[in-house]
Design a binder for this molecule. Structure first.
Ligand code: URA
Length: 190
């Protein structure tokens, strides 16, 4: 898998876990292949499963509100999920499903080489940043790995359940923009 098209072809044909039997459409990441910022969530929801695109349902509306608030658009970032197939009933992804799907995320990350990874929610943060990541206490904090800064924010569906998390998460996104600008400034040669 050396190109974006090859990754997508593999995902579309994937039967590595039982979710391939229940999905309607697999959901590959979408956005700019030159993005500095990569958002990683846990798994497609039911609307995403029907359309084959990430964050097109109710959570997607919240995500768009967060992006608009800090002047980001979907075309300048890259959004993907750990699982490319919808878990029935929106249950949490199982460990074996996450591991079966993880190579696709690795290829996406390898090709994109993001400067910033933002985990959306606990499931993504615990798989990508640290297994004991506590989203309530640690959202908005930074970890550095190789040339990438990693952080996590509340998942948009957590904001749907508890709208009081919206302002807090907007503030986290503003901090992500500040971090991006700082990293870009520091990498300028002249
Ligand atoms: N929730 C997710 O975690 N991912 C999506 O793509 C949509 C909803």
């Amino acid at each position: 898998m050396h190109t974006w098209d090859e990754i997508e072809q593999h995902i579309n044909a994937c039967t590595h876990c039982p979710l391939s039997q229940t999905r309607h459409l697999p959901v590959m990441g979408r956005g700019s292949h030159n993005a500095d910022i990569m958002l990683i969530a846990e798994a497609p929801g039911s609307q995403e499963d029907l359309e084959g695109l990430p964050f097109v349902g109710r959570s997607g509306k919240i995500l768009d509100e967060l992006l608009t608030d800090c002047s980001l658009t979907r075309v300048e970032i890259y959004i993907t999920n750990i699982l490319k197939c919808h878990p029935p009933g929106n249950r949490d992804p199982r460990d074996e499903e996450k591991e079966a799907c993880f190579p696709y995320l690795k290829y996406e990350t390898f090709l994109l080489k993001p400067k910033i990874i933002v985990c959306l929610g606990r499931v993504a943060a615990q798989r990508i940043i640290s297994p004991d990541f506590k989203i309530t206490r640690q959202h908005g904090t930074w970890t550095h790995r190789k040339d990438c800064a990693l952080t996590a924010v509340y998942h948009p569906s957590a904001i749907l359940r508890d709208p009081s998390k919206l302002e807090l998460t907007k503030a986290d996104f503003h901090e992500i923009i500040r971090k991006r600008d700082e990293l870009l400034h520091n990498s300028a040669i002249l």
